[in-house]
Design a binder for this molecule. Sequence first.
Ligand code: AVJ
Length: 325
Amino acid sequence: RIHLAYLVDRSTPSEDELHPGSDVVRGLSQTPKTLPPRYFYDDRGSLLFEQITELPEYYLTRTETEILNTCAPEIVDITGACELIELGSGNSTKTRILLDAYRSAGHPLIYCPIDISAGILESSAQSLLIDYPDLEVYGLVGTYELALKKLPYAQLPTRLIGFIGSTLGNLSPAECDLFLSQITAALNPKEYFLLGIDLHKSSAQLEAAYNDRQSITAEFNLNMLRHLNQRFQGDFDLAQFAHVAIYNERDRQIEMHLQSLSAQTVHLQSLNLTVEFREGETILSEISRKFDLEEMKELLSAKNLDCVQVWTDPNQWFAVLLCQR
Ligand code: AVJ
């Protein structure tokens, strides 16, 4: 019961399909240097991220799970029978909370995970099928942008696009704006959008969450360089870079950097790229924005997404918003 569609738009192949790694070349050639966060997630990086979600300092996943556990039955009450479309399927622990709630209410289960990795999509769908024998899976392998344009024909009365885990925080304000427009365009009137966002809080708490005492986040950050070495025949020396994560209060975002510990030259052979680093120079590997709930509601309604219901935890650390087009 897994139907997988590979979305390759042959008329307009993406920059990445035409020139793999062109985003790496661009990021490392500019000042200050940057790298796209998607290079965190090779197999090792995905495992490290799972470890991060269990760290005592990393409150995000735990808090969102807690919220979903209480709000899932209410979501089901509001939407009724509903297809679940999920952007970034991950290890699907939080998806199960929603599927359980729809199943308890006696609704049929249709799940459309969207992911750029066919491997991740297939393995998470396989594990769901074991526990949900009546589940139908229509997976889409491709970028969010492309997949949102090619959602399968709806078989249930309504649909919900889920984007949980505060992944939205990785997008700059301009990217976020564009992304939300794409969500609105993908929804029919009255259909739903479920969004999980991390809320702004003290620098101390945020910096602790991204500088854990076991240094798993540091490993996760440095793993990006190992991944680039493998993928593009690089010679980054991981011992010559350090993990740095600081909260930029003005822009309300955690900024994760890889800081060069010496003046050094790095080559990425298959990209034909040579990069010079000054001692102390940094590569920005991720931003993780922390949102204001009221501002987010306004942004959503400006995109024709009306907040039907908002749930937070007692500390107001994290929020889950159910919106309707
Ligand atoms: C998966 C993007 C939500 O921003 O907190 C965790 C990734 N980076 N620790 C986040 C991450 C460092 C995470 N998101």
